[in-house]
Ligand binder design. Structure first.
Ligand code: NAD
Ligand code: SER
Length: 311
């Protein structure tokens, strides 16, 4: 059977760019975009409006298009999940079960589902956080991602489901806006810099978090999905790393190009979330198993963002 991909949550920060890159590689008609929000953009066709909570609707679309692989991106992110805990748990878990069960029943061949650095908690070693370590997340989002990881591993072991996953750090891009995460400040800061507006940062200036330029994240995602099955030895989720910086450090890089740019710090509820996460990640297992390596650092990221963010 030829490859036919369904991207669920395609209108979000990652989906917008993932669909473009998957279509570059496999052809426009090989990739069906889908989201609960209607797209209204003919450029996104083929597109299906889909609520991932509705298993029957998912089944129908998968059969109609002869889908072989699902990339499941629909979820509530960390900050929104703290505001809507029940919805976050329901969406983040039910959506995953609906897709995993299709793979268990042999309807689809492969699943990509993203986890997050949010699976780690305050008791996890913060620096160079290992692949296997203490995991006691204190956020709704982190709890749902850790549970999701365990279910992915379970379906892989018990039912031989080919599910693959990455623990994304905070993702940064100029092509699409982030959707309710704790790392969103690292995108927002570039918009303020370009507008020459004072930036109010919702994290303290010394809060170090793992981050990644979107191009690296998209490449990691497709490389993992295209890796030979026998190389994908971890079926919960792989650590991947790009760069680590604090608000103070990203600000220092931006003012090299925008010297009059100002920042103030007003930490809100997202500070507690950020403080519970690692500062940096050990991604050596991803490098060893399927050859992962990030290309972008803070300087290259900042240059790309400053050159391309349009306000
Ligand atoms: P996003 O919020 O930008 O996009 C999610 C998309 O899902 C939205 O377009 C939304 O309309 C759609 N959606 C919501 N409910 C839906 C439903 N019931 N059915 C179908 N679609 C629905 O999120 P994102 O940043 O693109 O993240 C995608 C995935 O990657 C999530 O699982 C997220 O947890 C994970 N992740 C993201 C980051 C990041 O920095 N962006 C980091 C770690 C993990
Ligand atoms: N960027 C994501 C968030 O902040 C990390 O999973 O929620």
């Amino acid at each position: 059977m030829s490859k036919k991909i369904l991207v669920v949550g395609s209108s979000g920060q990652i989906g917008t760019e993932l669909v473009i890159e998957l279509r570059n590689r496999f052809g426009r008609d090989a990739v069906i975009a889908s989201d609960i929000r209607s797209s209204g953009d003919p450029m996104v066709e083929p597109f299906e409006q889909l609520d991932i909570m509705n298993g029957d609707q998912l089944n129908k679309i998968v059969k109609q298009h002869g889908i072989t692989e699902v990339y499941l991106l629909a979820a509530l992110l960390s900050a929104t999940a703290e505001q809507k805990p029940q919805l976050a748990w329901d969406l983040n878990m039910q959506g995953l079960f609906n897709v995993l069960n299709l793979a268990k029943d042999g309807v689809i061949e492969k699943v990509f589902w993203p986890s997050s650095i949010a699976v780690f908690g305050p008791s996890t070693p913060k620096i160079n956080t290992p692949q296997v370590t203490i995991m006691e997340p204190t956020t709704v989002y982190g709890i749902s991602k850790l549970a999701g990881e365990r279910w992915c591993d379970y379906y892989a072991r018990k039912y031989d489901v080919d599910v693959r996953s990455l623990r994304y750090p905070g993702l940064i891009s100029y092509k699409s806006l982030p959707g309710g995460g704790t790392t969103d400040y690292a995108v927002d800061i570039f918009y303020s810099a370009k507008k020459r507006e004072k930036f109010t940062c919702f994290l303290k200036k010394d809060t170090a978090l793992p981050m990644m330029y979107m191009e690296d994240a998209i490449r990691a995602t497709i490389d993992l999905m295209e890796a030979p099955k026998e190389n994908v030895l971890i079926r919960s989720s792989y650590n991947i790393a790009g760069m680590t910086f604090t608000p103070e450090e990203i600000y220092a890089v931006i003012i090299n190009s925008v010297p009059d740019f100002e920042i103030e710090y007003k930490p809100d509820f997202r500070q507690e979330i950020a403080s519970s996460w690692p500062a940096s990640i050990d991604d050596s297992r991803a490098s060893k198993d399927w050859g992962w390596q990030a290309k972008h650092d803070l300087n290259s990221l900042a240059q790309i963002m400053l050159d391309n963010v349009s306000v």
